[in-house]
Every structure is written in C-alpha cells, then in structure tokens.
Design a protein around this ligand. Structure first.
Ligand code: G6P
Ligand code: MG
Length: 212
C-alpha cells in the first residue's frame, strides 16, 4: 500500500544521542549551564539552533545572536569529531536487512532528518548513495514539527505524501509526519507519544506494516 518509506536518521537508523549529549555538555559546562540527559532527550528531532535555545532555558545571562551562533558552531565541531568514531559496525544487521528487504518489495527509501550532518553520518555508516533521496537540515527552512523535511523527501522521490510512510523516534518528527498528512511508525522513545499510526517494537516490524 505504501510506495515509499521516509526514515528519520538519528534514533532510527543509528544512535547519535550520546555524541550530541557529550558535545552539548562541553558547551554547557563552558558556560556554567546545567545540562543533563533528560534535557538532552528534549533535543531529539529539534534543529541545532532550537536545541541551543532549549539548553539556554537554564542560562541566566543574556546572549547575542552572534554568540549563540558561535557556541552552536563550537558544539558542532566537537560533535563532528565524535562522529568520526562511527563506522559501518554501528549499522545494525536488522536495519541493514530490513532496508534491503523493503527495497526488494519495490519501495523507494529516503531520509528525512533535521540534521545538517546527515550526509556525513551516512558516509560513516557506509550508506552513502544508498537512499533514493535525502532531505535534511540543509534543504529546509522550517524544522520538525513542521512537515517541510518530509514533504521535500516525498517531492524528491516524486511520490505523493499519502503514499509515504514515515519512521520516527521523536515527538517533533511524529507531529511533522501528521502535519504532512503522512502515516507514521513510532520506534524507540517515539512510542511514548500516542500520535503514531503504528508502534514498532522492532525495526523489522516495518516489513509487516508495508504488507498492509
Ligand atoms: C537530529 C537530532 C537532533 C539534532 C538535529 C540537528 O534531528 O535528533 O538532536 O539537534 O538532528 O542536528 P545537526 O547535526 O544539524 O546539529
Ligand atoms: Mg530522531
């Protein structure tokens, strides 16, 4: 019934949470801002600058736009350094096999991620060139929960949004799929918000869902 599957990247195809945490933690510590894993969980699916705004909720000074950009860039430098630890070994066998099986069923596969590092992460995972389309933080104006990133992915695939299934681990991403009129499957932490069309206990559950 679906013609394409659009995957969020961080938290769905791979796990970059702890790298985001370590990098933001370094910036937060430099600025004397309280930051913990719970706050880090709120950054899922949220763009880099919006993430920093959430972190700054615990900052009691004032900061100019230039300074905000400076610290966000600093975070990204640390983050990119940490991403170099990633390799094709960080891609699970289950994800690899499920993607291949979906493709065999004739489905188009795309990435729909808020990250500006999506291309680099895919390269680290050995997935450069694997997806039929990549829509990421570099081709959008509005970040999730706005549906733009997923609508662009559907457009890049030349498919109607209604024929696409989105897979997401973040509330902002599930809301984005809904707003784009797309069915969505929630995985991992995404299962705690009950707005998804399907709940995925495992990544390979996708195979049953696309069978209809
Ligand atoms: C993903 C992650 C977020 C991150 C965002 C931007 O959506 O889940 O935690 O803030 O990408 O990432 P970037 O790599 O562009 O800083
Ligand atoms: Mg995610």
């Amino acid at each position: 019934k679906y013609k394409a599957v659009i995957f969020d990247l961080d938290g769905v195809i791979c796990h970059t949470d702890r790298y985001h945490y370590q990098a933001w933690k370094q910036v937060a510590d430099d600025l004397g801002i309280y930051f913990d894993e719970e706050i880090n969980n709120r950054l899922r699916g949220v763009s880099r600058m919006e993430s920093f705004e959430i972190i700054l909720e615990n900052y009691y000074g004032s900061m100019s736009q230039e300074e905000k950009t400076f610290y966000a860039e600093k975070k990204n430098e640390v983050y990119k350094e940490l991403l170099k630890h990633m390799s094709p070994k960080d891609l699970s066998q289950e994800v690899k096999e499920t993607l291949a099986a979906l493709r065999l069923k004739g489905l188009k596969l795309a990435i729909g991620s808020s990250s500006k590092n999506a291309g680099f992460i895919l390269e680290r995972l050995g997935l450069s060139g694997y997806f039929d389309a990549i829509s990421d933080g570099n081709n959008i104006t509005y970040s999730k929960p706005d549906p733009e990133v997923f609508l662009k992915a559907a457009q890049f695939l030349s498919e109607a949004p209604i024929d696409c299934l989105v897979v997401e681990d973040a509330k902002a991403g599930l809301e984005a799929a809904k707003a784009g009129n797309m069915d969505c499957g929630a995985i991992g932490d995404g299962k705690t918000c009950n707005i998804a069309t399907y709940q995925l206990d495992r990544f390979s559950d996708l195979l049953e869902i696309v069978e209809g």
